[in-house]
Design a protein around this ligand. Structure first.
Ligand SMILES: [Zn+2]
Length: 156
């Protein structure tokens, strides 16, 4: 799709790509409101999750399991909030939704990045959609490098 941003990702957009296979791309999200927040984007221009085929679902299940395992082991995440919203796509005159998921790790205990402690103050409640980024760009670069280095332990 020519007009779809997620079909036309630039090298800059892919700066924080952690993993990809034929069906999905995993990114560390630009906005680290919840530490380790990721985005999982369908490789194909699929407009609704009900349009995903069985192979895409199976592949997604493997990615979800790998990603959750990695963030539990590497950051101590307790559980995860997965959402597929796509509301922004409908702000345009000509809606062009492209299936993607937001994954927010949630923490019962503080998470430590570069010797600094971050708390999930909303833990056990709905995530705060207006929460600002919690870590500096430098700490986010560090987090990305840390996860990228370990990715092969969790994703085959
Ligand atoms: Zn698309």
């Amino acid at each position: 799709m020519l007009e779809c941003a997620l079909c036309n990702l630039t090298p800059q957009d892919k700066k924080w790509m952690l993993y990809e296979n034929n069906d999905w791309i995993v990114f560390l999200a630009d906005k680290q409101d919840y530490i380790g927040r990721c985005m999982v984007v369908c490789q194909e221009h699929c407009q609704s999750i009900s349009d995903l085929n069985i192979e895409q679902w199976i592949s997604l299940k493997v990615i979800m399991s790998s990603l959750e395992q990695m963030l539990k082991s590497e950051l101590g995440a307790t559980m995860f909030n997965w959402s597929c919203l796509m509301n922004d796509a409908y702000k345009a005159d000509c809606a062009c939704p492209h299936v993607h998921f937001h994954m927010r790790p949630r923490y019962a205990e503080p998470v430590i990045i570069k010797n600094r402690e971050y708390r999930d103050d909303e833990f056990a409640h709905h995530y705060d959609n207006k929460k600002p980024a919690q870590i500096t760009d430098e700490a986010a670069d560090f987090l990305f490098a840390q996860l990228k280095e370990k990715i092969s332990l969790y994703f085959s």
